[in-house]
Write a protein that binds this ligand. Structure first.
Ligand SMILES: Nc1ncnc2c1ncn2[C@@H]1O[C@H](COP(=O)(O)OP(=O)(O)OP(=O)(O)O)[C@@H](O)[C@H]1O
Length: 391
């Protein structure tokens, strides 16, 4: 499988008054073209910091210290990669929303309460696909003028053509500055609205024409998350990053949103990077899984392989802690809690909670090894002949 995005030894710290939070401790992982990668782990293990580092949206007091974030735009040419950590902020602004989109856990935080749904989805088209919208408007105006000439349409067409030739045309800029004069751009806004309704239709929203006229407080939580997905999809991203997109929704809506993301991935997006702490969600939606613990990736495998054949003691413990229908008696849990990353345990960060810890685990970070085809584990149990430990 060809890689789409790869992080190489990515390290991110937060410089807090308490000390330096070592949130990512050199994480290497890859999301392939046309696949869904699930990143799992307990709260605080670094999943969100990982995707924020990939998108380069880590804010103060955070800092990406080292590593690479490679994007392989061309599936065929895997020797050509762009390192996002070496690009300018202007490049990143263009990339975010155009090629990589992100949806967050809390749709309320992503939506502006004082703008209508139409304004919010249209804005995404107007920012990221303005040139394409303009082309369509020029084609429509030309066709209309040929059918029945109109001085207003001719004026609008001339301005749009002028803008295509020179996006910084001073005359057009002046006209776009004043609300009353800005009305010449109306066809552009109309086209953005048409596309907003169309995209809601693609998301299976029945009365999209009415939904776009509403405000966030007038729609349900599940609908809000669909709107956020519509905004993320507006620019045909090659990678959709979904950070716990269903954690605040009730189970039926959760299932619908997961189904929707799966369907959209098949039809419109190349790949999805799914952040969750729910292994059930991973089993439902992902092809490949990475298990994170305290800023390290401890195991990566295809989803079926990981569920059938977990190797890392932490993965094993996570799977054991999933409640089963036939379960009787107490639920299994992982003893202890995720460590404070200001002062993480030495060696393998999981060793204080690991039933199989050996002396070497306390001093040395385990290397990542491929223990079966495409199945990687970072654990000293697999450094020698210690498979016998019975995982
Ligand atoms: N702005 C910040 N300032 C200081 N520390 C931070 C900041 N953001 C994240 N961290 C720390 O980085 C570590 C990883 O946090 P992160 O949010 O990535 O965890 P997570 O796995 O996504 O958890 P959750 O599932 O609860 O969202 C945690 O120790 C957290 O306290």
């Amino acid at each position: 499988m060809a890689k789409l995005v790869e992080s190489v030894e990515l390290k991110t710290n937060f410089y807090t008054y308490e000390g330096v939070v070592k949130a990512l401790n050199g994480v290497s992982m890859a999301v392939n073209h046309r696949s869904t990668f699930g990143l799992v782990g307990e709260s605080g293990c670094g999943k969100s910091v990982m995707v924020r580092s990939i998108m380069r949206i880590i804010q103060e007091p955070g800092k990406i210290e080292s590593g690479k974030v490679l994007v392989f735009f061309n599936e065929e040419r895997q020797d050509e990669a762009v390192d996002l950590l070496q690009q300018s902020e202007v490049y990143m602004e263009h990339l975010r929303g155009n090629q990589i989109s992100m949806i967050f856990q809390e749709p309320n935080a992503a939506l502006n309460p004082i703008l209508s749904i139409n304004d919010q989805i249209s804005e995404s088209f107007l920012i990221h696909q303005r040139a394409e919208l303009r082309e369509k408007v020029i084609a429509d105006l030309t066709r209309d003028i040929n059918a029945s000439p109109s001085p207003l349409k001719k004026f609008q067409l001339a301005l749009f053509e002028r803008q295509t030739k020179n996006p910084n045309d001073p005359f057009v800029k002046v006209l776009s500055k004043f609300p009353i004069l800005k009305r010449w751009e109306k066809p552009l806004y109309k086209e953005a609205t048409r596309r907003s309704i169309e995209i809601l239709g693609k998301l299976g929203i029945a009365n999209a024409e009415q939904v776009v006229t509403r405000y966030p407080h007038e729609i349900s939580g599940g609908m809000k998350q669909r709107i956020v997905i519509a905004i993320a999809l507006a620019c045909n991203p090659i990678l959709l990053i979904a950070d716990e997109p269903t954690s605040n929704l009730d189970v039926t809506i959760q299932a619908q949103i997961l189904e929707l993301i799966k369907e959209l991935k098949e039809k419109y997006i190349s790949s999805v990077l799914f952040i969750t702490h729910d292994l059930g969600v991973v089993a439902e939606t992902c092809d490949r899984v990475g298990v994170m613990y305290a800023g390290n990736l401890c195991e990566v495998a295809d989803v079926q392989e990981l569920f059938r054949n977990p190797k890392h003691p932490y993965t094993f413990a996570l799977l054991t802690a999933v409640p089963k229908v036939e379960q009787e008696g107490e639920l299994a849990s992982i003893a202890g809690s995720v460590p404070n990353l200001v002062d993480p345990p030495s060696g393998c960060r999981f060793h204080p909670r690991c039933q199989h810890a050996m002396d070497i685990c306390k001093t040395t970070l385990p290397p990542t090894k491929e223990i079966a085809d495409n199945h990687y584990v970072a654990c000293h149990l697999y450094n020698g002949a210690s498979f016998v430990r019975g995982l």
